[in-house]
Design a protein around this ligand. Structure first.
Ligand code: SF4
Ligand code: SF4
Length: 90
């Protein structure tokens, strides 16, 4: 079924709203991708990443010998990526 919209300003508003929604979705996707991930087999649980994290244990912690990132708290500063000698955070 095709919906016809005759009013030009209404068409423009719908287009702008749709564009904003698309940009938000893409922006959220990119933001989520930029946050680092821990690769558990390579993590030795040394805790260096926890010590350098500016979120002081809220964004990354070592649980049962493996680092775990809390993506809600992580600000994607990549300090944990830089400090990890084992390449376990990427
Ligand atoms: S610095 Fe690397 S090896 Fe050490 S706990 Fe963090 S992720 Fe694991
Ligand atoms: S990217 Fe920054 S904020 Fe996120 S876990 Fe690593 S050190 Fe913490």
């Amino acid at each position: 079924m095709k919906i016809k919209i005759k009013n030009k300003s209404m068409k423009k508003r719908i287009f702008i709203t749709f564009s904003i929604i698309c940009m938000l979705i893409v922006g959220i996707g990119i933001g989520a991708k930029l946050k680092p991930h821990v690769y558990p087999p390579e993590c030795v649980g040394c805790g260096d990443c926890v010590r350098v994290c500016p979120k002081k244990g809220k964004a990354i912690s070592v649980i049962r010998g493996k680092a775990v990132i809390n993506t809600e708290e992580c600000i994607a500063c990549d300090k944990c990526v830089d400090i990890c000698s084992y390449g376990a955070v990427r």
